[in-house]
Design a protein around this ligand. Sequence first.
Ligand SMILES: NC(=O)c1ccc[n+]([C@@H]2O[C@H](COP(=O)([O-])OP(=O)(O)OC[C@H]3O[C@@H](n4cnc5c(N)ncnc54)[C@H](OP(=O)(O)O)[C@@H]3O)[C@@H](O)[C@H]2O)c1
Length: 252
Amino acid sequence: MKIDLTGKITLVTGGPGGIGESIVRHLAACGATVAIHFSKNAEHAKKLMEEAGNDSKSFHADLSEPKNAVKLFNDVLDAYERVDVLVNNAGVYIKSPNDEKIDEWLATWNRTIAINLTAAGVLCREAINNFKKHDGGRIIHIASRAAFRGDYEDYFAYAASKGGMVALSKTIARAYGKHNIKSFVVAPGFVRTPIVDEYIKEHGSASIMKELSLVELTTPEDVAPTVVFLASGLMDHATGCSIDINAASYVR
Ligand SMILES: NC(=O)c1ccc[n+]([C@@H]2O[C@H](COP(=O)([O-])OP(=O)(O)OC[C@H]3O[C@@H](n4cnc5c(N)ncnc54)[C@H](OP(=O)(O)O)[C@@H]3O)[C@@H](O)[C@H]2O)c1
């Protein structure tokens, strides 16, 4: 079996991040043209874009203001005229203890929901409106084990944002199948990337390893191939599903 994504326009948010860069590389290796979104990491996005080839380009948007997602999508349309696959990958994982002052707690809650869920929802809206104008499309949401198992005590907002993402994906799958639009969730457990640096610094990687059934911590390369497979169309009849990649740390 060979996956050929030549000519497919794929928008990956959070492209320069740990999981994002692996997704970009794997999609590009299968021939896809990747619209690489970044917020701060312009240099890395540029480097990735050059490596990816296939007329891939980078696009800036700070998704903590979710309306910027509309401009992001329009910028991608200006460059390529359509999008075939959206990968909602950008996200933050911010500690927020429940004894924090309410203003700080709410600031983290609002920022997390804005980036992880609201901006993803806006991009889905834009993508669906574009997919309906051509022959459909696929959306892949990088959610989390936290959506199904729940998260640790200091991460209420993160778990809530990812739970919302799962409900969003199921709704799209059910509502837009007849428009040839498919929606999937990939739900990783701990993956060694910068997003978990603070947690690992505080708790150590041994506490994470204890939860896994495998002997190695999951890496972005354990996540990205599933995204390519979902993007390819080979999994279309699994639309609405969530795929766990958590080294059996939580088996549903
Ligand atoms: N690593 C894990 O253990 C794990 C587990 C389950 C789920 N996930 C999910 O996987 C996804 C990717 O995470 P990762 O592990 O690759 O983390 P990461 O390396 O920290 O990457 C996060 C990405 O999100 C982008 N981002 C952050 N703030 C943003 C903002 N305000 N506006 C737009 N983009 C923003 C970053 O862009 P810039 O670099 O340009 O700022 C970065 O590319 C996230 O949705 C995360 O929740 C991760």
